[in-house]
Design a binder for this molecule. Structure first.
Ligand code: ZN
Length: 137
C-alpha cells in the first residue's frame, strides 16, 4: 500500500510504501525539545520505502541540530514539518511525521528518548529502524 503525506500548501510531500496496515504501524513520540515543540508523531518501516516529492521551484527547508546527523525537513512556504532524513554510507533513511498523512485510527504512540545516544549508535539505530528513501530531496 502507498500512503501519501504532504504539507499544508502541497508544495512538499511524500509517498510512503509499506505492507503494514495502519493499525500495525509503529507510532513514536520523540521526547526531545524539537519534536515536543512540533507535536511530531513519527512512523517508519524498515521493510518499506519512501519517495519524497516537491512541486517545481520548491525545496524543503532543512534544520540541523544536536548531533547534526539528520535533516529535519520543512515546507519553506507553509512551514509544516514533514519528517527527518539522514544519509548513511550513501543511502538515505527517513522517519515521517504522521500528522502530515491525515489518517484515522492510528495505534497509540510509544514515547522514546534518545538523549545521550552516541552518533555511532544513533546512525546504527536509524539504519535499522527508519525507512529507506528512494529519492531524497
Ligand atoms: Zn507547504
Amino acid at each position: 500500500m502507498i500512503y501519501p503525506g504532504h504539507c499544508h500548501c502541497g508544495a512538499i510531500g511524500f509517498r510512503f510504501e509499506t505492507a503494514l496496515p495502519v493499525h500495525a504501524w509503529s507510532i513514536r513520540i520523540c521526547e526531545c525539545e524539537f519534536c515536543r515543540a512540533h507535536g511530531a508523531l513519527y512512523t517508519a518501516d524498515p521493510a518499506g520505502r519512501v519517495a519524497f516529492n516537491a512541486q517545481i521551484g520548491n525545496r524543503p527547508r532543512r534544520y540541523l541540530f544536536a548531533s547534526r546527523t539528520a535533516d529535519f525537513l520543512f515546507c519553506e512556504n507553509c512551514g509544516v514539518y514533514l519528517g527527518a532524513m539522514t544519509e548513511i554510507s550513501g543511502r538515505y533513511f527517513a522517519v515521517l511525521n504522521v500528522n502530515t498523512m491525515r489518517l484515522a485510527d492510528l495505534p497509540r504512540p510509544a514515547h522514546r528518548s534518545f538523549e545521550g545516544e552516541s552518533v555511532e549508535h544513533r546512525q546504527e539505530r536509524r539504519q535499522r529502524t527508519w525507512t529507506l528513501v528512494v529519492n531524497p530531496l
